[in-house]
Design a protein around this ligand. Structure first.
Ligand SMILES: Nc1ncnc2c1ncn2[C@@H]1O[C@H](COP(=O)(O)OP(=O)(O)O)[C@@H](O)[C@H]1O
Ligand SMILES: [Mg+2]
Length: 360
């Protein structure tokens, strides 16, 4: 498996720049997830890697060998497309064997490969059918199987689960995780879904508008987001942000704004020494609020709507005219209009620069 390196890779369509110069390295044998909102350039990055789009600048290296001049089939890369792109007139066996037949692999070997992969993906009983005779989930497996029979060194997945319903998506996510452990290959997986990113990735690359915001392990991104975008994107429900200012009073630092006054931890205060007295965005995850107002600083939130999910509820509350999400165990302790007091623990407060969004 090659180490893959993007060096100042750029892509423009006419005057529109989709990828500003982008540096990225994918280590040997890694499961890398590219995640970001729709339109941020994920598919473009993957298609450039597969050779389906030309670069507008920069170079891609496989083990230090430049590959941008190579045709897709010379790159030892197999891709699973978001819309599956199966041939409707061919049965599943022929769909899966298509690339191998092009490569003139002997028929006996093709049959063995196709059967092996079909069994792994639980579609061996469907090999004679046409794509139209399969469910969405089965088609998805065929698309995956068609890539896997190729034995490429690098597999590219473009949102392979996005057309499936929520239950099937969760099931396929687990199967993919199992497959990831069984196959010792480079995998680059594109998704807009942060849960897929968190559960599948050895390393996650978070993109926004063609720019890599941060890359790291799921834990790194969750506990040490580089900026407000990453913090908001890598959590579900998303992180709350309160706009306010920092004020230092007798060596104690507070974040203050409409409807809240939160004490900042001594460690953070020390770290922020030069940053005291400035405008900030205060980030608190929905799960961080304590039902005990004595934990950290108390905050009053007015209940607007409660979404009961069984083990927990997600409360939509209001503070200073802003919606704030709170995750609690069990049911909401009241009805709409009830004012509840929660505690905001010091360790769960993240501070971001209001202009740049960078974490302080
Ligand atoms: N062939 C094209 N011509 C012009 N613009 C394109 C083309 N393909 C993609 N784009 C634009 O590039 C941006 C990134 O697209 P894409 O990589 O498909 O995003 P993602 O996969 O993250 O949703 C989008 O704004 C899209 O409109
Ligand atoms: Mg896409």
């Amino acid at each position: 498996m090659p180490n893959i390196v993007f060096e100042k890779v750029e892509k423009s369509y006419g005057a529109v720049q989709v990828l500003p110069p982008l540096d990225l390295s994918i280590d040997d044998g890694e499961f890398t997830v590219l995640v970001g909102p729709s339109g941020c350039g994920k598919s473009t990055t993957l298609r450039i890697l597969a050779g389906l789009e030309n670069l507008s600048g920069g170079e891609i290296y496989f083990d230090e060998r430049p590959i941008s001049a190579l045709a897709p089939k010379e790159r030892d890369v197999a891709m699973v497309f978001q819309d599956y792109a199966l041939y409707p007139h061919m049965n599943i066996a022929r769909n899966m064997s298509f690339a191998l037949r092009l490569q003139r692999v002997p028929a006996a070997e093709i049959n063995k490969k196709v059967r092996g992969v079909a069994e792994m993906l639980n579609i061996a009983h469907l090999l004679e059918r046409k794509p139209a005779e399969l469910s969405g989930g089965q088609r998805q497996r065929v698309a995956m199987g068609r890539a896997l029979v190729r034995d490429a060194s690098t597999f590219l997945f473009d949102e392979p689960l996005s057309n499936l319903d929520a239950k099937l998506r969760a099931k396929m996510r687990i199967e993919l995780a199992e497959m990831r452990n069984a196959l010792d290959k480079n995998m680059v997986y594109v998704t807009h879904d942060q849960i897929e990113a968190m559960t599948l990735g050895d390393r996650i690359v978070v993109m926004s508008e063609g720019v890599i915001q941060q890359q790291g392990s799921p834990e790194e991104l969750f506990t040490r987001p580089a900026n407000k975008f990453v913090a908001g994107f890598i959590s579900s429900p998303t992180m709350n942000f309160f706009d306010g200012e920092l004020v230092l009073e007798k060596d104690v630092l507070w974040a203050r704004g409409t409807g809240f006054l939160l004490q900042i931890s001594p460690e953070q205060t020390q770290r922020l020494n030069g940053h005291a007295q400035r405008n900030v965005s205060v980030g608190v995850r929905p799960s961080a609020f304590s039902s005990d107002p004595a934990v950290g600083s108390p905050i009053e939130l007015e209940l607007v709507v409660s979404e009961y999910l069984g083990a927990q509820s997600v409360l939509v509350t209001r503070c200073g005219g802003k919606d704030i999400l709170v995750e609690i165990e069990g049911r909401a302790p009241g009805t709409a209009g009830t004012v509840m007091t929660f505690g905001v623990p010091q360790k769960d407060i993240m501070l971001f620069d209001q202009e740049s969004g960078g974490r302080l």
